[in-house]
Write a protein that binds this ligand. Structure first.
Ligand code: SF4
Length: 180
């Protein structure tokens, strides 16, 4: 005879149940405070990222001091700079090489919309080739704006269910970009 007893979820707790929702929260807090960013910097906005990482602004305060230059060991892709159409397949490949869960931040006008480079050779926003979670405006955005974007990513990570990556809605988003 088993000693395990099944109990109902406490009043007011619905859906996934008390254990699953609490686990979501704990893992969300842990993940959001230990993100490993991969800086994909192609031009001027990358300089602002260097300032954001340096001692004055110190992104390490948010648990993101471990910068990764390997997509295999990163969970936040930070795209900073003008992305030429010839560079787009490379950016997409880097994204595809990152394991789930992964998040993407478009830093600055160029990465978000092409910025001032409204021309045939420049991608008019990285969301033409990969999904984006947070956009940071500015040309270039100041370090404070990049930190604000990072905090938005943290909030997203904290509130995201562990199961979101398996949900049909997320799978549909990936399918829209031709990602299996
Ligand atoms: S948004 Fe402005 S500062 Fe950033 S890469 Fe484009 S032109 Fe340079």
């Amino acid at each position: 005879m088993s000693d395990i007893q099944l109990v109902d979820a406490p009043a007011g707790v619905e859906g996934a149940g008390f254990f699953a929702t609490s686990l979501d929260k704990v893992i969300g807090i842990a993940r959001s405070n230990s993100l490993w960013p991969l800086p994909f910097a192609t031009s001027c906005c990358g300089i602002e990222f260097m300032a954001t990482m340096a001692s004055h602004y110190d992104l390490a305060r948010f648990g993101a001091e471990r910068i990764s230059f390997s997509p295999r060991q990163a969970d936040l892709l930070m795209v900073m700079g003008t992305i030429a159409k010839k560079m787009a397949p490379v950016l997409r490949q880097v994204y595809l090489q990152m394991a789930e869960p992964r998040w993407v931040m478009a830093v600055g006008a160029c990465a978000s919309s092409g910025g001032i480079f409204d021309t045939y050779s420049v991608l008019q926003g990285i969301d033409e080739v990969i999904p984006v979670d947070v956009y940071v405006p500015g040309c270039p955005p100041r370090p404070e704006a990049i930190i604000d974007g990072f905090i938005n990513i943290q909030q997203l990570v904290q509130t995201e269910s562990l199961r979101r990556r398996n949900e049909p809605k997320y799978q549909e988003l990936l399918a829209k970009y031709g990602i299996q």
